[in-house]
Design a protein around this ligand. Structure first.
Ligand code: ATP
Ligand code: FE2
Length: 329
């Protein structure tokens, strides 16, 4: 099957095209199963120099780039509309008006081309594409993006959230800190760069059971910025503190669920220092650490296409659901 997946929950408008018969493991082998192959994954990301995301601007951005992104993806995949079996789209969670903007675009394409729509959960798509890419069976997931910071396991076909942020996601926290430091949006990559030259200063370390909290750390950072703290030191210390908090809780979740595999997904997973710390933690407990390549880590359409393929029997045109949680999938 050829699936065209469309992402439009927040800053990114993306079209990914996946062939479900991409890579075949020979039938009869104990690992016989079919894996997807990404034929194209084109996206445009809204960014701003000094402020965060303004929904009206994001919608205007997505409407402006949609047709172009689609044409590029079809060209890159060398696929015509006729060959596309159905359209998968991200139905939520996300920014409500941006979700509707994306939904209207896919609805138009579906009716013009006579294709079926399959709405999928954006968070589940991050997990599934990471699992597909690494050919994993049932890992412990650490999902760290803008909005989400969750430790997840799958039990009997349902996702269970073992721990999560009690307030804001780590990515959003880094972006908010970036605003205070005048780094623009998204700030994560810039904070990573600045951190390379920083020294450690103590910040609050907030772990409650398997949950974490980042808003108190942000408040402390803002106070330090007002006092004129060195940017590099602050970036370094924020990374060390927050990544250590997550390494601690995820290690506990792995021990609790007897997991020997950890899969990191979501945009913050692009951070090299974060991966290094998780890799070290896994090595120490004889477990294996997996991540996804940069182009599949953040938001994009290929993950939506693959999740659509997996949910093709159970989902359909479900409009949008801005509050759709991973454990409701
Ligand atoms: P969600 O998946 O929860 O809907 P999202 O769509 O905003 O959230 P992603 O695209 O997965 O999230 O990730 C975006 C986030 O990743 C931003 O907050 C950004 O600052 C952060 N990020 C990107 N690159 C890096 C990096 N190198 N280091 C730290 N954070 C990063
Ligand atoms: Fe995302």
């Amino acid at each position: 099957m050829i699936i065209l997946g469309v992402e439009s929950t927040a800053h990114t408008f993306g079209v990914g095209i996946v062939d479900s018969n991409g890579e075949r493991v020979p039938q009869g082998s104990s690992k016989a199963r079919t894996e997807g192959k990404v034929l194209a994954n084109v996206f445009e990301r809204y960014s701003s120099k000094d402020i965060g995301m303004v929904p009206d601007e994001v919608m205007e951005h997505h409407e402006r780039v949609a047709e172009d992104v689609l044409v590029k993806a079809l060209e890159e995949a060398k696929v015509s509309w006729k060959e596309v079996d159905f359209i998968a789209y991200s139905a939520g969670p996300g920014i409500d008006p941006v979700l509707w903007c994306g939904y209207h675009i896919v609805k138009k394409w579906a009716s013009e081309q006579g294709k079926r729509l399959i709405g999928v959960n954006h968070c589940a798509a991050h997990l599934s594409v990471g699992k597909m890419w690494n050919k994993l069976e049932n890992p412990c997931y650490l999902y760290v993006s803008g909005v989400n910071t969750q430790i997840i396991v799958s039990e009997g076909g349902k996702y269970r959230i073992m721990g999560e942020t009690l307030d804001i996601g780590l990515g959003n926290m880094l972006d908010k800190l970036g605003r205070v430091l005048g780094l623009g949006f998204p700030a994560g990559p810039k904070i990573e760069e600045l951190a390379k030259k920083g020294k450690y200063i103590e910040l609050p370390y907030v772990v409650k059971g398997m949950d974490t909290s980042f808003s108190g750390i942000l408040t402390k950072c803002k106070q330090l910025v007002e006092k004129g703290i060195n940017k590099e030191d602050l970036c370094f210390s924020v990374q060390e503190t927050c990544f250590a908090m997550l390494a601690e809780v995820v290690e506990r979740a792995m021990a609790h669920n007897d997991k020997q595999e950890l899969l990191l997904v979501g945009g913050v997973g692009a951070n090299k220092r974060f991966c290094e710390m998780l890799e070290m933690m896994c090595q120490e407990r004889g477990a294996k650490f997996y991540k996804v390549p940069m182009d599949l880590a953040g938001d994009q359409g290929a993950m939506i296409a693959w999740e659509g393929y997996l949910r093709r029997e159970e989902s359909g045109d479900i409009e949008v659901n801005a509050q759709w949680r991973t454990d409701e999938v």
